[in-house]
Design a protein. Structure first.
Length: 223
C-alpha cells in the first residue's frame, strides 16, 4: 500500500534534510505541517474504522455475530423474493427456493471456514495503516521542530486553547495536543495536572473532549 505521506513526494527523510538550517520559510513549513496533519487525521480515522471492524467481525463474540447476520440475510433474501413475486407475478417452484437458501448457507460455511484468513488480511491492513499514521505523525514532528514548537516555547506558558486560536483554528485540537505531548514526553515542555487521554479516541471525539479542557491545559517551557 502506498503511503499517504508520499502523495506529494515528500517523506520524513526529505523533510528533515530540507529543513536543516531553517532555510525553508516559516509559512511554507506551516503549509506542509497542515498537509501532514490532514494525512495523519485521515490515517487515524481509517485505522479506527478498521479496528472497529476487527472487533465486530473477529472479536470474542464474533461467532454469534456471524450467525446473527446470516439469520438477517435469510430474512432479507426471503423478503426480496416475496416482493419480486408480487411485483412481477413470478412463481418459482419450491425446490428453487430451497436451492437458493442452500446456496446461501454454503456461501456462509465457506466464509466461516476462511474466517482466520479474513482476520489475518484485516490485521495486515491495520498494521499498514498503523505505519501510515506513524509516518504522518513523524513528519508532523519534524516540521513542528522548525515552526510550531518554536512558537510554543517562545509564548509559554500557553494553553492549548490559546495556541489553537493563535493559528486561527487551522489545526485540530487533537493534532496540537498530540504534537505537544511529544515535547512533554521529551522533557522540553511541562503540562499541568489537566491531562486528557484523547489519543485513544476517534479524532472527532478527541476534539470534542479536548474542547472542554483546552483552556485548562497549560504548557510551560523548560528550555
Amino acid at each position: 500500500m502506498a503511503s499517504v505521506s508520499k502523495t506529494d513526494d515528500l517523506n520524513a527523510k526529505n523533510i528533515q534534510n530540507k529543513n536543516l538550517g531553517n532555510s525553508t520559510p516559516r509559512t511554507e513549513l506551516y503549509k506542509q505541517l497542515k498537509q501532514r496533519e490532514n494525512h495523519w487525521w485521515q490515517a487515524r480515522h481509517h485505522l479506527i474504522r478498521l479496528q472497529e471492524r476487527q472487533m465486530f467481525w473477529f472479536g470474542d463474540n464474533s461467532f454469534m455475530m456471524w450467525l446473527l447476520w446470516q439469520l438477517v440475510s435469510y430474512v432479507v433474501v426471503a423478503t426480496v423474493l416475496m416482493l419480486l413475486s408480487r411485483l412481477f407475478s413470478i412463481s418459482l417452484p419450491l425446490w428453487q427456493y430451497v436451492a437458493l437458501f442452500v446456496l446461501q448457507t454454503l456461501i456462509f460455511i465457506i466464509m466461516l471456514a476462511f474466517k482466520g484468513r479474513l482476520a489475518n488480511n484485516l490485521q495486515r491492513r491495520i498494521n499498514e495503516q498503523e505505519v501510515l499514521r506513524e509516518e504522518a505523525l513523524n513528519e508532523m514532528i519534524i516540521l513542528a521542530d522548525d515552526s510550531l514548537y518554536l512558537d510554543v516555547h517562545a509564548k509559554a506558558p500557553i494553553s492549548l486553547q490559546a495556541l489553537y486560536e493563535h493559528y486561527d483554528a487551522k489545526f485540530h485540537l487533537s493534532s496540537l495536543q498530540c504534537l505537544l505531548k511529544k515535547e512533554v514526553d521529551a522533557g522540553r515542555l511541562l503540562l499541568g495536572q489537566q491531562q486528557v487521554e484523547a489519543n485513544i479516541l476517534p479524532p472527532d471525539l478527541a476534539d470534542d473532549e479536548l474542547n472542554a479542557h483546552a483552556s485548562e491545559m497549560i504548557y510551560r517551557s523548560i528550555l
